[in-house]
Each structure stands twice: as structure tokens, then as C-alpha cells.
Ligand binder design. Sequence first.
Ligand code: ATP
Length: 210
Amino acid sequence: MATSNIPEATAKRLPIYYRYLNMLATAGTDHISSTELAEVVKIDPATIRRDLSYFGALGKRGYGYNVLDLLEFFKKTLSQDKLTNVALIGVGHLGQALLNYNFHQSNNTRISVAFDIDQALTGKIQSGVPVYPLEDMKEQLRLQQIKIAILTVPIEAAQAVTDDLVEAGIEGILNFTPLRISVPKRVRVQNVDLTNELQTLIYFLQHFNE
Ligand code: ATP
């Protein structure tokens, strides 16, 4: 099966497998059964076997999985074998936190450029990342061939900025705004609504923890 046809739930677990396989490899583990992997990543073994089966026979019955082989495989599948540059739009509280963080757990994904409308923020380097004025966004994204953007602008600006991102050829948006932005089919959006997540957690604690 082509990797683009795997279920979304499986795709979302791939970075978890990748992270744990990295840790196992660092600890010198050379092979692992799906049951052992299940204990480490806290996902049930049947799900792991099914997830991995989408990618063909990666494990051997009775032997399990070769950690380094699996790690190499995920590295390629998740494009962690090459550097992916990402743009950040909106250097407010959340945007600055993301710039500071800059995905340091991954050597291969980083925010390389940021944009804002606030002149107090632009024309400077923040956490090692240049911040450009919004007017330069389309040109810079095209010039730097950036295909992924993180959106941390206020909700009122979210759709207009998204339209500009689409025009600039962006293919994926990590949307931290609460707005469900509209994009053409070719553009993929991942929504990260932190307030929502927290409210859901509070709801679960109140209703299911008696
Ligand atoms: P946050 O919501 O991230 O905590 P904040 O409260 O500091 O940020 P917001 O008003 O949400 O500020 O704005 C986030 C950032 O987005 C600010 O730095 C602001 O200057 C910037 N911004 C506002 N409108 C736009 C826009 N149209 N394009 C790019 N950046 C914008």
C-alpha cells in the first residue's frame, strides 16, 4: 500500500514509534517484539502490528523487529533523513514560545523564518530566526521554497494570512488559531487548539473520574 493511503490514526502514531525507536537504538537495543514495543509506547500490540503491516513485512514472526532497520525506515517515511524548513507566521506569545522551542528534539525539522506585521518585531533575529515583515512573506516563501507554515496569528487575521500562504505555494499548515481555516484540497491543515485540548481534559476529569 502506498504510504499516502495509510489511515490518519496510523500516520499520527508514526512519530511516536520513531521517537521510541530512536531511544531504543540509543540504549543499544537491537531487536524488539511487537509486545515489548507495545509496552514501551503504550499502544496495544495488535494496533502496532496493523500499523506496521501497512508498510509491508517489517517484522519477522517469532523474532520481532530489527530496531535499526525500523528506525531507518521511519526516518525516511517521516522525511527525517533530510532537513525540513518551516515558516512561522505571527510572533506573539505562542509564536515566540515555538521559536524558542524550535523543535529541538528533532535535528531535521526547524523554523527557519518568521513573519509578523508588528514593526517592533520585524527586521530582527529572534531565537536565531530572522523575522520579516508580512509584506515579504509570499516572496520569501517562494524564494526559500518553504512548503510548511505554522500559523500563530490572531483569529481575525487567520484566513487572510492563509490565503496568502496558499498563493505562495504552501502545502501544509499547522494551525494554532481556533479558526477552521479554508484551503484548497491540495493543502493539508493540522489543527492544534491548545485551549480546546485543555477544556476537553477538564471535561473528562469532571465527567468520567468519579
Ligand atoms: P498569542 O495569541 O500568540 O499569545 P499575542 O496575544 O501576543 O499572541 P496576538 O494578538 O494573538 O498576540 O498576535 C500574535 C502575533 O501575530 C502578534 O505578534 C501580531 O503582531 C501578529 N499579527 C497580527 N496580525 C497579523 C497578520 N495579519 N499577519 C502576521 N502577523 C500578525
